[in-house]
Design a protein around this ligand. Structure first.
Ligand code: ZN
Length: 133
């Protein structure tokens, strides 16, 4: 599976965008709210992989909880799936815990689903599939 993007939880999206622009030498190419998750995302294209900054859009957001517990930092790895439905079914059968039983709408025109970090050695793992492919 191809690593599609790396999710990084941040406290302040403006500050984080400036920092990552300096660090990566490219500017964020889009910002997007994902209301169902209570996050605002900002994407950087690093050529072979994207960086997704995630900031809490409200205090009930999972990102708000993450940042208050662990501070800003690495949040998840997202792998590109060609058939997310069958990948989720397959991983469930192999004993992984799904956070979402069904893929749902995520940022960047993708269907997404997360595997629980308790079943992936602490690494929150996302599968994502382009909606238009
Ligand atoms: Zn993601």
């Amino acid at each position: 599976m191809k690593l599609e993007h790396i999710g990084i939880a941040v406290e302040n999206l403006e500050e984080a965008e400036l920092l990552f622009e300096k660090l990566l030498g490219v500017a964020s190419y889009k910002r997007e709210n994902v209301e169902s998750e209570g996050v605002t995302t900002s994407f950087f294209d690093c050529g072979n992989v994207k960086i997704e900054l995630l900031a809490a859009a409200n205090e009930n957001s999972p990102i708000a909880k993450f940042v208050s517990k662990k501070g800003p930092g690495l949040h998840h790895l997202a792998f590109e799936s060609k058939d997310i439905k069958s990948d989720l079914k397959d991983r469930k059968e192999k004993g992984f815990t799904l956070i979402h039983e069904e893929a749902k709408d995520g940022a960047d025109n993708k269907k997404i689903s997360f595997l629980h970090p308790k079943s992936t050695m602490g690494v929150l793992t996302e599968f994502c599939q382009d909606k238009f492919k």
